[in-house]
Ligand binder design. Sequence first.
Ligand code: ADP
Ligand code: MG
Length: 402
Amino acid sequence: MELKDEVRSSFKRSHNLARKYYDCGDLSKARMEYLKCARFAEHLSELTPSKRKEFHERAEKFREIAEGLKAGDIKVYTNGIVPKEERKSSEPRTAEDPRGRKDRAKELILVEKPSLRFKDIAGLDSVKERIKEAIVYPFRYPDEYRYFGVRGGGGILLYGPPGCGKTMLAAAAAGECNAVFINIKISDIKDKYVGESEKKIKDVFNLARGYERAIIFFDEIDALAGERSGSQEGHERSLVNELLSQMDGLEAKGTEKRYLVLAATNRPWDVDIALRRAGRFDTTVFIPHPDRTARRKIFEIGLADKPCRVNVAELAAMTDGYASAEIIDICEKAAKIPLRERIKEGKPRREIVLADFERVIAERKTVLLGWYPKAVRELTGTEEAEMFQELIEAGEGYVSRG
Ligand SMILES: Nc1ncnc2c1ncn2[C@@H]1O[C@H](COP(=O)(O)OP(=O)(O)O)[C@@H](O)[C@H]1O
Ligand SMILES: [Mg+2]
């Protein structure tokens, strides 16, 4: 083969790869391939005097594209998973289309493949079972579900106090069914320009459709409707509608559910009524603070890498009412006491003892002491009180304490 032909075929290979990586959302690899395209085009321009200018211009163009895909501008991570090549023809968007490039740069979509499993989450057994029935089993046993004519899926709304495992559960659900996890914070996609947020929601669903199985997780779903006091502006109304219609679009895909939508909130009283009533989030699941057994397990997790022989059952008994995330934090803070004393004061401390925990716990009240009474106040007497009854019951202990 002539040198020119070799360069030309390398150029073609890189060009195909670049487009493929771009479609998969692997932008850093796409960028590398586009840079190679630029070098090959430059080389071809030297080797082909008759088309010198043309190749040179193409090289310029490829450099420009690569520049547009620079890491940092773009936050699409795919952990190297290659989605099914599937793209809506109505939205032709490639790196070489300048409009597409600009849109990509503005996206903030995180695609992960979690290794987290339900067993990594302490407690919440009945919640895990409900999620399994709604989404994990239909993913795992689609034929059985079809055979019995049972539809799985639907959206699930997780609500409950902060730091007790909502995000973790959503990620673990994806891990359990080997699906990609697309974690969207509503506040991140909200845009002050009319129509922009709707477009981002559409992008999220389109991105999900590129994968075989995906769980889309909308965190802080309450932010979708804005502040309750700030009345329903038409703008935000259309955001809610966009989400609902995208969810309908997913359902139309067939009996075998491949895409599922989870949403979470610490402020169920602010969740848009349309979302609650439209039936798209037909399962509403309360994620409570950890009970004693769960707290034991969380202490085991939090202390797994620390020198400590304190009985975790005792620690669990000392932390009634604390959020899961706070217990993990208590372990960190407790470990720092002997560490500090050893380094700064030269004390011969080798492990964390009960007194260290007592000190940390005495200094740290749980935020749930404030959260529960507020939640109960917000919900009591409203039409939705019944829907969130479990929260109100769980909050009783706090209301009497606070
Ligand atoms: N049930 C749980 N079991 C073990 N760790 C937990 C649990 N819930 C929360 N955590 C810890 O707290 C952190 C925050 O939890 P997260 O799921 O983000 O809470 P939420 O979304 O409900 O606010 C987690 O990263 C984890 O370290
Ligand atoms: Mg969360």
